[in-house]
Design a protein around this ligand. Structure first.
Ligand SMILES: *[C@@H]1O[C@H](CO)[C@@H](O)[C@H](O)[C@H]1NC(C)=O
Ligand SMILES: *[C@@H]1O[C@H](CO)[C@@H](O)[C@H](O)[C@H]1NC(C)=O
Ligand SMILES: *[C@@H]1O[C@H](CO)[C@@H](O)[C@H](O)[C@H]1NC(C)=O
Ligand SMILES: *[C@@H]1O[C@H](CO)[C@@H](O)[C@H](O)[C@H]1NC(C)=O
Ligand SMILES: *[C@@H]1O[C@H](CO)[C@@H](O)[C@H](O)[C@H]1NC(C)=O
Ligand SMILES: *[C@@H]1O[C@H](CO)[C@@H](O)[C@H](O)[C@H]1NC(C)=O
Ligand SMILES: *[C@@H]1O[C@H](CO)[C@@H](O)[C@H](O)[C@H]1NC(C)=O
Ligand SMILES: *[C@@H]1O[C@H](CO)[C@@H](O)[C@H](O)[C@H]1NC(C)=O
Ligand SMILES: *[C@@H]1O[C@H](CO)[C@@H](O)[C@H](O)[C@H]1NC(C)=O
Ligand SMILES: *[C@@H]1O[C@H](CO)[C@@H](O)[C@H](O)[C@H]1NC(C)=O
Ligand SMILES: *[C@@H]1O[C@H](CO)[C@@H](O)[C@H](O)[C@H]1NC(C)=O
Ligand SMILES: *[C@@H]1O[C@H](CO)[C@@H](O)[C@H](O)[C@H]1NC(C)=O
Length: 505
């Protein structure tokens, strides 16, 4: 074991959400995690809320695993919660889970940083030398270890093993969930993998691409120009799904061409000025929507869909003198600097169209086995009876919905009975893991539990708008991909009953 993994020290600071005699480190049996040494296990009774306790660190990657256990009303279920960006865990998700009766666990993957977008504090041992242990921990190992440890602590604390174990995460948390299904199928009975950051190396390329486009085209549109492009796209394509509601639900039918805007005027929503779209605008938008291309110009990956906000992946800053400059997306930019150039200060604005494909290739070569998370063979997870629910906003501004479709299609190609264990739901008009004008799943974990515990597969996912429009929270059911939620042509468009799942619009 030491040859494979010299020594992984796990330092759990165990939290309990209420008071009992069993909440002492002496009362909790030291968990056995293969290849790991438990360096410290601290049980802490906290009334009504939980605080953290500090502990030692040492020279080996040491994870800080946090388990929260409800004293009363445990529902018999163990819940692993995922992170976001470069964060492996999300301690803030533990309290709501405990409040609902779950024993919940989260990890920092040993890198301790609290930054979602900056891995510089842990990425490199020295310039040119990636910290492979911490990257492997972030990629896969930490979540498995935390699961083994969390289950052991939960079992010891309650005196019985959890009846069911679930994973819930979105973005990086979604990738971690798919990683568990791919690599550690025994860990979880069910997995909610929202907007999964799978296909990591293609995703990093696709997230970095808009910056490279703006640099190489020598043009950065002010954000109001991007907004005006989207307004025009929505005006052109909103109705293609049979309902005008300000949302592009049928992006596949939308053949809106930004070149049609060149020379037309728009009103800049930030200052009210009248401006003209240029051919540079059209070129930049076309290339961002297309996504990165290979050396011979064919599609290498996907872009964001029309109607999706540009401000996250193509941020630009406009100065008082009217000059606008492009900025990179922080996470992919950090990935390129630390993990591809292995120099945190590398100037990524030097990357040319010519260099781009080779960098993507390098990323695949070096990191697919560590963090790629794109293995479509889920047969082991299916065989153990596991179930996966994925949902994603079609207006996801960080992770391309087409990548999720691509993965699902690959799984389906290997197993035509894919819907027996894996279903994907797209939410028109919803952004990254939520937000936007569209319909967000109301309680996906319960839908997953009904599937796992009672065998009731979700035919649709109940969803609702995040805010009231004209005093009404609108509802709609999300349909399992590849079917779509279509307005029946009559009835209140604010009510789910006015839509059915169809194979196409
Ligand atoms: C927890 O909070 C409730 C409601 O505020 C309060 O009644 C109760 O005394 C608190 N429990 C402890 C142990 O502090
Ligand atoms: C361990 O995690 C807890 C919860 O996130 C945090 O409060 C604490 O500071 C962490 N400790 C260390 C040593 O990183
Ligand atoms: C574990 O950490 C706690 C909090 O820092 C400390 O008080 C305790 O002595 C440590 N225990 C061991 C066995 O190192
Ligand atoms: C776990 O399942 C058993 C058997 O169905 C049941 O008796 C028990 O109450 C469950 N545990 C919890 C904590 O719900
Ligand atoms: C993150 O860590 C830094 C440095 O330890 C600290 O100054 C900052 O307040 C932390 N931010 C959050 C959101 O916890
Ligand atoms: C990222 O973190 C490093 C060190 O951890 C720090 O020096 C750098 O300023 C940070 N970069 C940004 C953009 O915040
Ligand atoms: C992306 O997804 C949309 C909606 O399903 C589809 O119509 C379109 O063909 C996909 N784009 C690519 C490049 O595959
Ligand atoms: C783009 O516009 C510029 C300035 O109006 C013009 O010189 C150029 O020929 C145009 N390029 C294309 C490809 O239309
Ligand atoms: C506009 O202002 C920015 C920020 O002050 C400056 O860097 C840039 O050189 C200015 N551009 C022009 C054309 O004056
Ligand atoms: C990157 O570009 C900057 C500014 O254009 C230039 O000063 C620098 O020398 C370039 N660096 C490399 C490594 O090419
Ligand atoms: C499973 O079905 C039983 C009986 O109808 C019900 O009490 C229970 O709540 C269901 N479980 C879930 C997770 O919905
Ligand atoms: C809200 O109500 C107003 C007045 O009835 C109506 O004009 C408008 O279209 C409504 N908005 C939506 C989104 O339904």
């Amino acid at each position: 074991m030491k040859n494979l993994w010299p020594l992984l020290c796990i330092s759990p600071w165990v939290h309990a959400a209420a008071t009992v005699d069993s909440c002492t480190s002496a009362a909790i049996a030291t968990p056995v995690v293969p290849g790991a040494l438990i360096t410290n296990l601290t049980a802490d009774v906290v009334n009504n809320y939980s605080i953290s306790i500090t502990g030692e660190s040492n020279n080996w990657p040491a994870q800080n695993i946090t388990v929260w256990l409800p004293l009363t009303g445990w529902n018999g279920i163990f819940l692993g919660v995922g992170g976001g960006g470069f964060l492996a865990g999300s301690p803030s998700s533990l309290a709501p889970a405990v409040q609902r009766g779950y024993a919940a666990v989260s990890t920092d993957a040993g890198h301790r940083s609290n930054s979602t977008s900056n891995a510089t504090s842990w990425a490199l041992v020295s310039n040119g030398n990636v910290n492979q242990y911490l990257l492997l921990d972030f990629g896969s190992r930490s979540v498995h270890d935390m699961t083994v440890l969390g289950k052991a602590v939960t079992t010891s604390f309650y005196g019985s093993a959890p009846n069911y174990s679930y994973w819930q995460g979105c973005s990086t948390g979604g990738r971690q969930g798919m990683m568990e299904a791919q690599r550690y199928p025994d860990d979880y009975d069910g997995i909610v993998a929202g907007a999964p950051a799978i296909q990591w190396n293609d995703l990093q390329a696709a997230q970095q691409w808009p910056f490279t486009v703006m640099i190489n085209e020598g043009y950065a549109p002010p954000q109001c120009e991007f907004d005006a492009v989207n307004a025009a796209a929505i005006a052109a394509c909103d109705g293609l799904d049979g309902l005008e509601d300000g949302i592009i639900a049928a992006p596949g039918l939308c053949d809106f061409n930004p070149a049609s805007l060149v020379g037309k005027t728009y009103t800049c929503d930030s200052d009210g000025s009248q401006r003209q779209f240029s051919n540079k605008t059209a070129t930049v938008v076309e290339k961002i929507w297309q996504g990165p291309v290979t050396a011979n110009g064919s599609n290498a990956w996907y872009g964001i869909l029309p109607g999706t906000n540009f401000s996250s992946l193509a941020p630009t800053e406009t100065f008082a003198n009217g000059t606008t400059i492009p900025q990179p997306f922080a996470i992919s930019d950090n990935w390129y600097r630390n993990f591809l150039f292995k120099d945190p200060n590398y100037n990524t604005s030097n990357i040319t169209y010519g260099q781009f494909p080779a960098l993507t290739h390098q990323s695949h070569q070096e990191y697919d086995s560590v963090i790629g998370t794109a293995d479509p063979d889920l047969s082991a997870y299916k065989a153990r009876g596991g179930k996966i629910l994925t949902w994603q906003g079609l207006a996801d501004y960080l992770i391309m919905p087409n990548g999720t479709m691509h993965y699902y299609d690959q799984v389906a190609a290997l197993d035509p009975m894919v819907t027996d264990f894996y279903r994907v739901f797209f939410a028109p008009g919803v952004g990254h893991c939520g937000g936007g004008f569209g319909y967000v799943p109301v309680d996906i974990l319960t839908a997953l539990r009904r599937w796992v515990e009672n065998g009731t597969a979700p035919g649709v996912l109940a969803a609702a708008t995040s805010f009231a429009v004209n005093g009404t929270i609108r509802t709609q059911n999300l349909c399992p991909y590849p079917s779509v939620s279509k307005y029946i042509g009559s009835g209140d468009p604010a009510q789910a009953a006015s839509f059915t799942c169809e194979s196409s619009f």
